[in-house]
Design a protein around this ligand. Structure first.
Ligand code: AMP
Length: 212
């Protein structure tokens, strides 16, 4: 039996945390991907009380208050304490990191590094298929046929994330610098950080090397 892995992904917006998580899933298919941003977006789409509380913060690129976020993460992790998971987008500040350490163990923290100019293009160029969620980028990966999703074949109007705008991006980068970056030292002090250059997708062997 494979040992359980609890992995945290750190990195600025656009570092590729979602893509990296999909790559990890190819190597460890049973691992559970928890993205706090995805959970908030899903709640927003379904207009749940949680989504409505989170909306104004997300629209401005600010952090949703810790009480709300911590509680949501605890509920997600409570159900899967004996399974492997990769956390994408959480923790985002020291308070969240300290809270997390009271509810679970962590095996590794993977820090994704990418050149600043590429980050900006990844965020501002990002769009996705509203039908299947496949992500594209106007600078890097366009659909093979204009207006048609490569993955699900839908003829569809692609969507941009409402917070992938210049104005909001500045706030998100600020939040990363001020609140999230200190977590690098927090986890380095615990000997947990592995830093990788994620300018390009990694080979399966490299992903295995990073997570095992
Ligand atoms: P993401 O998809 O990770 O870029 O997250 C999108 C937005 O969701 C962020 O800009 C925040 O408003 C909110 N969010 C996601 N994760 C967290 C978190 N750990 N703490 C607070 N807010 C978060």
């Amino acid at each position: 039996m494979q040992e359980t892995k609890h992995i945290i992904l750190l990195g600025p917006p656009g570092a590729g945390k979602g893509t990296f998580s999909s790559q990890v899933k190819e190597v460890l298919p049973d691992i559970i991907h928890i993205s706090t941003g995805d959970i908030f977006r899903e709640n927003l789409k379904n207009e749940t009380p949680l989504g409505l509380k989170a909306k104004s913060y997300m629209d401005e690129g600010k952090l949703v208050p810790d009480e709300i976020t911590n509680d949501m993460v605890k509920k997600s992790l409570d159900d899967i304490s004996d399974k492997s998971w990769v956390l994408d987008g959480y923790p985002r500040n020291l308070n969240q990191a300290e809270f997390l350490s009271t509810i679970t163990s962590i095996d590794s923290v993977i820090l994704l590094s990418v050149d600043h100019k590429i980050l900006i293009k990844r965020i501002l160029g990002r769009f996705s298929c509203p039908n299947c969620g496949e992500i594209y980028n106007k600078y890097f990966i366009k659909p093979k046929k204009k207006g048609i999703c490569d993955k699900c074949n839908s003829k569809i109007e692609f969507k941009q994330r409402p917070d992938d705008t210049k104005e909001t991006l500045n706030n998100r980068l600020d939040v990363y610098e001020k609140n999230t970056k200190p977590l690098i030292d927090f986890y380095k002090d615990q000997g947990l950080v592995k830093e990788i250059d994620y300018t390009n997708k990694l080979s399966e062997d490299k992903i295995k090397e990073v997570i095992f």
